[in-house]
Design a protein around this ligand. Structure first.
Ligand SMILES: [Fe+2]
Length: 190
């Protein structure tokens, strides 16, 4: 079992509301933006695969930016996500949990202090166990309960955007393993 699987889905611009298709991120300025899915996602995609897509996190990474190694949330967010990549490709890194040597619960780099979504930051003892190169326009089913980060290499000439769509905590499928099963018809096995 891996921690990320590429999915056979249209590019992110295909799932966004018409007003975002040309320049999707023009109103986004933070490194991390948390928003209701319906603000960005076309109504026709808000229930794709029979699920209720309700949150979207948007991650912005300049060339050379490696995100902090973290797990998402404090048991307050879904265990998995679908991330679309736009702009620069870059990639994602994942570690098995036994790589963690220490952890601290912190607010994310977006600096939210409303107590809603926090993340665990981790110190790890080795290079990533899995590194996935994520081409522009690709979509990925990812496990957000294991240490991970996203990166945009220094050689890049563009900003890397990740548009991360979430269902609600408690909605099925509620584990990454079950999500892999649920999306098996869309997974691109390499
Ligand atoms: Fe994350």
């Amino acid at each position: 079992m891996e921690y990320a699987y590429q999915l056979n889905l249209p590019s992110v611009t295909e799932i966004l509301r018409p007003e975002f298709k040309d320049n999707p991120w023009k109103t986004v300025d933070g490194l991390v933006t948390v928003t209701d899915a319906e603000e960005f996602v076309d109504p026709s995609w808000l229930t794709f695969k029979g699920l209720n897509w309700y949150k979207a996190n948007i991650f912005k990474k300049a060339p050379g930016w490696y995100g902090p190694i973290h797990t998402d949330g404090d048991n307050t967010v879904q265990t998995w996500a679908i991330n679309w990549v736009d702009g620069a490709g870059g990639g994602m890194e994942f570690w098995h949990p036994d790589a963690v040597t220490s952890s601290s619960l912190e607010y994310d780099v977006g600096g939210r202090t409303d107590g809603r979504v926090k993340g665990w930051r981790h110190i790890v003892n080795r290079p990533a166990d899995f590194v996935y190169q994520t081409p522009p326009s690709s979509a990925w089913l990812i496990d957000v309960t294991v240490p991970h980060n996203g990166f945009n290499p220094a050689s890049s000439t563009q900003t890397r955007w990740a548009f991360s769509l979430r269902t609600n905590i408690g909605d099925k499928p509620d584990t990454f393993k079950d999500a892999v099963e649920y999306f098996s018809d869309l997974i691109i096995y390499k």
